[in-house]
Design a protein around this ligand. Sequence first.
Ligand SMILES: [Zn+2]
Length: 271
Amino acid sequence: MLARRLPTVLPPLEPAEALEVARIHSAAGHPPRGGLTRRRPFRAPHHTASVPALVGGGSRRPHPGEVTLAHRGVLFLDELGEWQPRALDALRQPLEERAVLISRQPRSLTFPADLLLVACSNPCPCGLPPAGCRCSDVQRARYRRRLSAPLLDRFDLRLLVTAPEPGDESGPPSAAVAERVAEAVARQRSRYRAAGWERNARVPAGALDRLVPLHPPVDRAWRDLVERRRLTGRGAATIRRVARTLADLDGSPEVAEAHLARAADLRQEVP
Ligand SMILES: [Zn+2]
């Protein structure tokens, strides 16, 4: 449910992006009904989807896959532990390059695939709370092996989500969140105007010291965290970018230690 709400809090497609998305969906045989939409695409393929259905391809006329249909929007993979390892491996290249290269003699094709990937998984095949679960250790281990370390490392945020309790307060409405997101995006655009990256997520690790500088105590806290949690280079850079995003959502010109701590909390280890 949270994943499906995501397009309602993301900034609307820019006019050029809306055209691009409409062109892709028309080429795939789904022209937009009722004119151009500025709502970002949301795609949720089933875990039985084939590799060509997911990343594109096909033997005769190459067609765009789910990663391209989700271009500029959200790709949601439910039950990540049920997906074939082949399909998950095939996602790596498009996620890395934000495009899919399909080689066909005599020429190759490139489809765009700049998307926000969201996935969820139960801790075991049955998905019941621990008290009701009868899965064997072997079943649980096999299920978790699908979620390989290199794959999990590619998710900026990793959270354990529990069922809501009756007394839980409901969160802010989507419209209010969307407003904060739009302001945070505008702050990022103006910060990177000269560099041309637009978003914190795009700042290369090597440029973080220059573009996302940290005050000495925050920098020390970041280095401690990297050492204590034995973060990969990717993980260390991600936490710093996420901390910058949290500061942008707060309207804060500086990254504070609290932003860093929150970014670390949002990137939990998967047991
Ligand atoms: Zn179970």
